[in-house]
Design a protein around this ligand. Sequence first.
Ligand code: SAM
Length: 212
Amino acid sequence: MTTDNKDFNAAAATWDEKPERVKLAGEVAEAIIRQVAPNRTMKAADFGCGTGLVSLKLQPLVAFITGIDSSSGMLDILKAKIAEGKLPNIDTRLLDVEKGETLTGEYDLITSSMTLHHMREPEALLRQLNAVLAPGGILAIADLDPDDGLFHEDNTGVHHRGFDRSALRAMFAEAGFSDIRDSTATEIIKSAPDGTKKVFSVFLVSGRNVRS
Ligand SMILES: C[S@@+](CC[C@H](N)C(=O)[O-])C[C@H]1O[C@@H](n2cnc3c(N)ncnc32)[C@H](O)[C@@H]1O
């Protein structure tokens, strides 16, 4: 764990150049599609959207999707993709929840991939996300199962070494979610310098807002 933040602006320009990152995002999007069935009536948001690797997979399936991120560099890449594709139903919002900036709006679906481990206070984030979900709205979060801090080559900005699924499910319940489900979205095999291979798994935990 670290107390520093990662410089995502510096990482933005080359973010999409790692094939395993693009593959991971695609498999998370497929898991979201399987587990929560996004549809064309839904107003969605992708929290910690980065360059939109997951958001752009969901964009054709929903009424509208907003990519939310604290990095202007990441959002600039996503904005360029939106402009190039002339995509009418997606926009971006620059927002840092850890600087006290609050989410606004009302969403039927909020997704988030590989961002929770960068949050110092995941419980606070779940409560904030719950507050901007419409009654019956769905939150779907993908992140690492416990990884002993070995997934990232550099753990700057990594505040959690993965998450225990049952603890996260309890956190969802505490934040006001019901119908909580989990599945394995994907597995990533990485080779260590000594040639040994390690498998890291990524979960998808989803829950439905029970506020009326
Ligand atoms: C590991 S990246 C994942 C990006 C994207 N979801 C993907 O799968 O490629 C984490 C993202 O969370 C964003 N992020 C980190 N802290 C944040 C915060 N406090 N508020 C909003 N976004 C944040 C970063 O800027 C970065 O784009």
